[in-house]
Design a protein around this ligand. Structure first.
Ligand code: 23J
Ligand code: MN
Length: 257
């Protein structure tokens, strides 16, 4: 056999735990705010069509709308100019086998608690690898900051000079791509880049390098404190939007109990 019946049984018996890495889609959940000269991301909206009433006596349903980049969401290569010509670069074109894979977690929560602009550096990745071994090829790498525990204005953390939230340095992202050939990079913050990521060279280096190399992004993740550093499996399957640059989605991790 393939082990799949054992896998299903392990989940049913609780030997494997399924952790939901998704925030609830809610009109109050913050969206990224870009400088005013740019187009803006729409919040989640829900409108009642009927609720067991004269509009539909036996059924309740809603119309919903949002951006591709609202809430817990997936970034495809075509989201960034560096990835505009990447083959199979939009969400509808990604091969389904790339939507399930290994995941490792780098815990940056202590640094992020001390400094809103805390950076994931190559040195921090090296220290992680000394403890846990090399980041596996084709794995998702998630940056834990505990930012998902923040609520309201503290999440974007907007100041006069723009948003302040942790993120990777350009060198750290290049290391993960060029030396480790990761599948994608995910964060608990509003972007894969730091709040001040527009000030790096290039601007928004995580978006620029990841998507230029055909890698994926995950943002606004939840519950990363419930994941082990290595050994979990990630399921991240965006909606099949024709030509879509990203999508809200349910992100699940399967972890040993
Ligand atoms: C557009 C422009 C800049 C950024 C973003 C979107 C995101 O973070 C996103 O949701 O992909 S930084
Ligand atoms: Mn995005």
């Amino acid at each position: 056999m393939t082990g799949l019946s054992e896998f299903a049984e392990a989940i049913a018996k609780g030997a494997l735990r399924v952790v939901d890495l998704t925030h609830t889609l809610d009109p109050d959940f913050p969206v990224i705010i870009l400088p005013p000269e740019f187009g803006q991301c729409a919040r989640f909206r829900m409108e009642e069509i009927s609720a067991y009433d004269h509009r539909g006596p036996a059924w309740k349903w809603h119309n919903i709308s949002m951006s591709e980049h609202t809430g817990t969401h997936f970034d495809a290569p075509s989201h960034w100019i560096s990835g505009r010509d990447v083959p199979y670069g939009s969400v509808d074109e990604i091969s389904p086998d790339r939507l399930i894979g290994a995941v490792v977690v780098i815990d940056c929560s202590a640094g992020a608690a001390e400094n809103d602009d805390h950076e994931l550096t190559v040195e921090i990745i090296h220290a992680w690898e000394t403890e846990h071994g090399p980041v596996p090829r084709d794995a998702w790498v998630l940056m834990r900051t505990d930012w998902s525990k923040r609520r309201g204005a503290d999440y974007l953390n907007m100041r006069d000079d723009g948003p302040h939230s942790p993120g990777p340095t350009p060198d750290a992202i290049r290391y993960l791509i060029e030396e480790r050939d990761i599948r994608g990079f995910g964060t608990e913050t509003i972007g894969t880049d730091a709040g001040q990521g527009s000030h790096y060279t290039p601007p928004y280096p995580a978006h620029f390098y990841l998507h230029g190399a055909g890698k994926f992004g995950l943002q606004c993740l939840n519950n990363l404190d419930q994941l082990p550093p290595t050994g979990a499996l990630l399921v991240a399957a965006p909606l099949k939007i024709k030509g879509g640059t990203g999508s809200p989605l349910r992100v699940l991790a399967v972890v040993p109990s």
